[in-house]
Every structure is written in structure tokens, then in C-alpha cells.
Design a protein around this ligand. Structure first.
Ligand code: ADP
Length: 297
């Protein structure tokens, strides 16, 4: 009797052990499947269907379908990005010619109306050129064809280079441009971050009327270093504040100023592609502060 009880106990222990191992193996394999799907290396070859349980089999089918649609989506995005690059490339020569002929025309004796028309042609050609350049950049960043290379470094030189570019424009418009840089470091791509700061400065000077001021300063937080661009421009109502980062969005009242509505979209892409973000604080009638957050690590 005792032997039977001991044997039953042993059998029960063996069954429990066997089940535990099976469950652990199942979880390990599911974990491996999900991990491979997440890093994009999931494929048929890694998981032999004949050796999988029904749960694993279903997971495998689901992940295979998922991986294939993700690949198709990426291929489609790459095609669109390629198309945008091609269109941009093909429009370069006509736009350059348009600008050249407009310049030649401007040298001719023209009526005031003719001069205004030439001026308009030049402005529109420049706008078209800027639009194509911004479109190519944003689509490449979006599809991952263009990647940022963040490195640890001082933020001040990037801010100073950006501010130096806008000194003449601030003088021309009669806007006081001030900056105050501290010795902050962060992990960021210097070239693209400079472009993002330039976009913020460009807007601040564009939307602030003559006699106003624009200031650039740096703020330190435990996880981020922020570059803040503050202006005394028209400010933005709360309803517009989230929308201005959308592609081609231009707030009410911005239509008199030159622009295509891609600057802030590109700035947000640059910030997010290097683990940061961008946000706005604004009071209508008083001005705006745009902050570009760069990660410390
Ligand atoms: P663009 O300036 O070419 O229109 P952006 O993407 O840079 O495009 O900006 C989107 C919109 O956000 C602008 O059209 C404008 O309405 C608003 N905006 C951006 N910066 C400022 C600012 N400093 N002050 C007021 N409005 C701003």
C-alpha cells in the first residue's frame, strides 16, 4: 500500500515537473517569437511549424502576417519617398530657370505693375524651392531613409551658430535678438538640431512685428536640456497650439507671412528622431515660447 502511495506521489511530482518545463519552454518560445517580430527578424525559418503547439502555431501565423504587412508598408513608404525625391530633382532645373528669367526680366525697363509681377514670380519660385526641399527632408526622416546620428556634446555651439545666422534678419526687421547659453550637454545630432533651432528662430522673427524681441535660452532638467525660443509676436490660441505641428498646417493670421507649413513638422520629427520632443507655450497677444527638448542620455 505504501509503495503504491509513494509511486503515485512520484508520478504526480513527475507530471508537475513535466508541465512546468513545458510551460516554461512555451513561454520562452513565445517570448523569442515576439522579440524577433519586434526587431524585424521574424521569419518562417526560425520556427518549424511541425514542432509547435497550437498556440505557438497561431502566434506564428499572426506574426508572419504582421511582419509581411509591416514590410509592405515600409516598401510603400520608401516608394513614396523615392517619388518625392524624383519630383524634387526634376523640378530643380525648371525652378532655377524660372528664377534666372525673372532676374533677367527685372533688369528690363518695366511698368510698376510689371515690376510687381516679376517680384511675385521670384517669391513664388523661392517658395516652391523651399517646399520641395522641406518635403524631401520630412519624407526621408519619416521613412527612415535619413537617420540622425546623436552624439553627446555641448548644446551652446549649436545654438550660437543658429543665432548667428539670424542676426542680420533681426537687424533688418528691427527686432532685438538676445541669447544666453549655459554649459549644458545632451545627446543630439548637431546638424539636424541646428536646423530645428533655425526653424524656431525663423518663425519667431517672421511672426514677431518690428520693434519686438526674440530671446534664446537654455534650461536644464534631470532628463533633458531644453533650448527655448521666446518671442513677443502674436501668440497662438490654445486650439491652434497642438495643430501647428501638423504637416502643412498654418494658423489663422499666418497667411500674410511667407511659409509652407512644414517648419514645425520637420522640427518635431527631428526632436522625436533623437529621443526628444518640442512644445509650445503661448498667450495670444503676448507671444510664444517654443522649447526643443534634447535628451541627456
Ligand atoms: P510656416 O511658418 O511655414 O507657416 P511652420 O510649420 O513653421 O510653417 O509653422 C506652422 C504655423 O505655426 C505657422 O503658419 C504659424 O501660424 C504658427 N507659428 C509658428 N511659429 C510661430 C510663432 N513664433 N508665433 C506665432 N505663430 C507661430
Amino acid at each position: 500500500m505504501e509503495y503504491v502511495a509513494a509511486a503515485a506521489l512520484l508520478l504526480a511530482a513527475a507530471v508537475v515537473l513535466y508541465n512546468r518545463r513545458r510551460t516554461a519552454r512555451l513561454l520562452r518560445r513565445l517570448d523569442e517569437m515576439v522579440a524577433r517580430a519586434m526587431d524585424g527578424s521574424f521569419s518562417d525559418e526560425h520556427f518549424d511549424e511541425s514542432r509547435l503547439s497550437s498556440l505557438e502555431s497561431r502566434m506564428r501565423q499572426y506574426l508572419l502576417a504582421n511582419t509581411s504587412s509591416a514590410r509592405q508598408l515600409q516598401a510603400q513608404k520608401n516608394r513614396i519617398s523615392g517619388l518625392i525625391s524624383d519630383v524634387s530633382h526634376q523640378t530643380k532645373t525648371p525652378v532655377a530657370n524660372l528664377k534666372l528669367y525673372a532676374e533677367l526680366l527685372a533688369e528690363q525697363p518695366l511698368t510698376p505693375q510689371g515690376q510687381a509681377c516679376v517680384q511675385n514670380i521670384q517669391t513664388q519660385a523661392e517658395k516652391l524651392q523651399a517646399l520641395m526641399e522641406a518635403l524631401v527632408k520630412t519624407s526621408r526622416l519619416e521613412t527612415g531613409l535619413l537617420t540622425l546620428h546623436p552624439v553627446e556634446g555641448a548644446v551652446a555651439p549649436v545654438v550660437e551658430r543658429a543665432v548667428a545666422q539670424y542676426g542680420p534678419e533681426a537687424d533688418r526687421k528691427g527686432i532685438a535678438l538676445r541669447w544666453d547659453c549655459t554649459e549644458e550637454t545632451a545627446v543630439f545630432d548637431p546638424k539636424w538640431t541646428e536646423e530645428a533651432v533655425c526653424n524656431l528662430l525663423d518663425n519667431a522673427l517672421k511672426y514677431t512685428p518690428s520693434g519686438g524681441s526674440v530671446s534664446v535660452e537654455m534650461r536644464s532638467f534631470p532628463l533633458f536640456c531644453a533650448v527655448r525660443v521666446t518671442d513677443t509676436g502674436p501668440g497662438l490660441p490654445e486650439a491652434e497650439q497642438a495643430r501647428i505641428f501638423n504637416r502643412f498646417y498654418r494658423a489663422n493670421g499666418a497667411y500674410q507671412a511667407e511659409g509652407v507649413g512644414l517648419g514645425l513638422y520637420l522640427t518635431r520629427q527631428i526632436a522625436e528622431n533623437q529621443g526628444g520632443y518640442v512644445k509650445v507655450n503661448s498667450v495670444p497677444g503676448q507671444g510664444s515660447t517654443f522649447s526643443l527638448y534634447l535628451p541627456r542620455a
